[in-house]
Design a protein around this ligand. Structure first.
Ligand code: THU
Length: 139
């Protein structure tokens, strides 16, 4: 797999971007071959990672972003809040987080929280939770 992120990743996101690349190497993606890694930093300053984990029953697949969030909640508890999040896809073009993951990210992050997504040899895209999911459903 192609492995390291572009030098144009903003400096404040570089550690998370690197952690997302490392997590993608551990993805379990024998069906799609689409290796995804996510790294997030919490408001407490901890970094958690996730990768996609697929299943022969395809619908049971869990995305990298939601696995990272589950790991963060398991460690920090229900008060976990995301400060920044990065996603890496081992592909030749960039892909933003899917709709389901946007909703789950928005559960734990305010609209201004930065999100970076990137892929090998492509300019990284810096956006925010609010741009990815305007008018998020909240109870
Ligand atoms: N995938 C993610 O991990 N995150 C996303 O936001 C979109 C899709 C994974 C799920 C599946 O293993 C593969 O990418 C192809 O859809």
């Amino acid at each position: 797999m192609n492995a390291s992120h572009d030098e144009s990743v903003p400096a404040d996101m570089a550690p998370l971007a690197d952690a997302a690349v490392a997590a993608a190497r551990r993805a379990y993606a024998p069906y799609s071959k689409f290796h995804v890694g996510c790294a997030l930093r919490t408001m407490e300053g901890n970094v958690f990672v996730g990768c996609n984990v697929e299943n022969a029953s395809y619908g049971l697949t869990i995305c990298a972003e939601r696995n990272a969030i589950a790991a963060a909640v398991a460690e920090e508890g229900a008060g976990m809040r995301i400060a920044a999040l990065a996603v890496w896809v081992d592909a030749s073009e960039t892909f933003p987080p899917c709709g389901a993951c946007r909703q789950v990210i928005a559960e734990f992050a305010g609209p201004d929280v930065p999100v970076l997504y990137h892929a090998a040899g492509r300019a990284p895209v810096r956006t925010s939770v609010g741009e990815l999911l305007p008018q998020a459903f909240r109870l």
